[in-house]
Design a protein around this ligand. Sequence first.
Ligand code: CP
Length: 345
Amino acid sequence: MSKFTNVFQGRSFLACKDFTPDEINYLIDFSLHLKDLKERNIPHHYLEGKNIALLFEKTSTRTRSSFVVAAHDLGANAEFMGKNDLQLGKKESIEDTGKVLGSMFDGIEYRGFAQKNVEELAKYSGVPVWNGLTDEWHPTQMIADFMTIKEKFGHIKGLTLTFVGDGRNNMANSLLVTGLMLGVNVRILAPKELHPAQEILDIADKFAKESGAKYIITDDIDEAVKGTNVIYTDVWVSMGENDWEERVKLLKPYQVNMDMFKKSGTPDDQIIFMHCLPAFHNTNTKYGKEIHEKYGLSCMEVTDEVFNSKYAWQFTEAENRMHSIKAIMAATLGNLYIPTVKINK
Ligand code: CP
């Protein structure tokens, strides 16, 4: 039986795997629509009078700015609470915090550590909770990323994406699973020590079977980049981690450089570079300088040449964080008429 309804209303957005591929595609298209409205100065105050809490236990530039600007564009008020403002987990449990915030705010963004924390917040707050990044998943980034891919290629299904770097981090997990959901062939290029966890591969298998897309987990650069459309990388050491020595040693051979683009054999207009940012592509940062002094590297996960090349789409991707976060908040909290998402039961 199929029916048409607003399947998003009141729901939390904690991981893409909790949604159907149709729903993820809907959010991508809605993000593109909202980008168009913004560019044409057409008001879209779908959250007039709503109050949004922004909880950040880790630092952020893009996610925080996106939620603030998107909330403002939607007519909502956003209140930021950083790790030094919150009692969360230290003086007050997540359950109690969720109950309190849910009684005052209409929606909550949460960036933190374990996925179970954001799940608990959603369970006890009773309002939509949006995952702004946990150690396991980065779902709002996924809507922006596949929106960016659709903007460039005009479609998503059938493309090939290669993620290069730590194959166990939240970006590798998210790109593998969301890509397969959307019919994208995904390749994870990482040293064997950093290949994805079996529980992530189990989820990947399920979606690959449903969409018909293929995935490869490999440490072979040639195999991973041959014919690919997207070369995607992320920082070698994620937020909350500190093992630079080990990561530099393991990931140095996998730095994204121009040679990888040549090796792909993909025509120039059919391949792009993506990065969720921030990126270590030169020595203009504190960490970049330290790594240069200690290991002699002038860039880490991507060369400055690729970062500034004709392939680079990372700044469009960053802008799209705002449009896609706006779509996620509006769809789940805006009482919108959304008749076109099919649910098969
Ligand atoms: N990509 C991303 O999540 O950026 P921020 O850490 O700046 O939010």
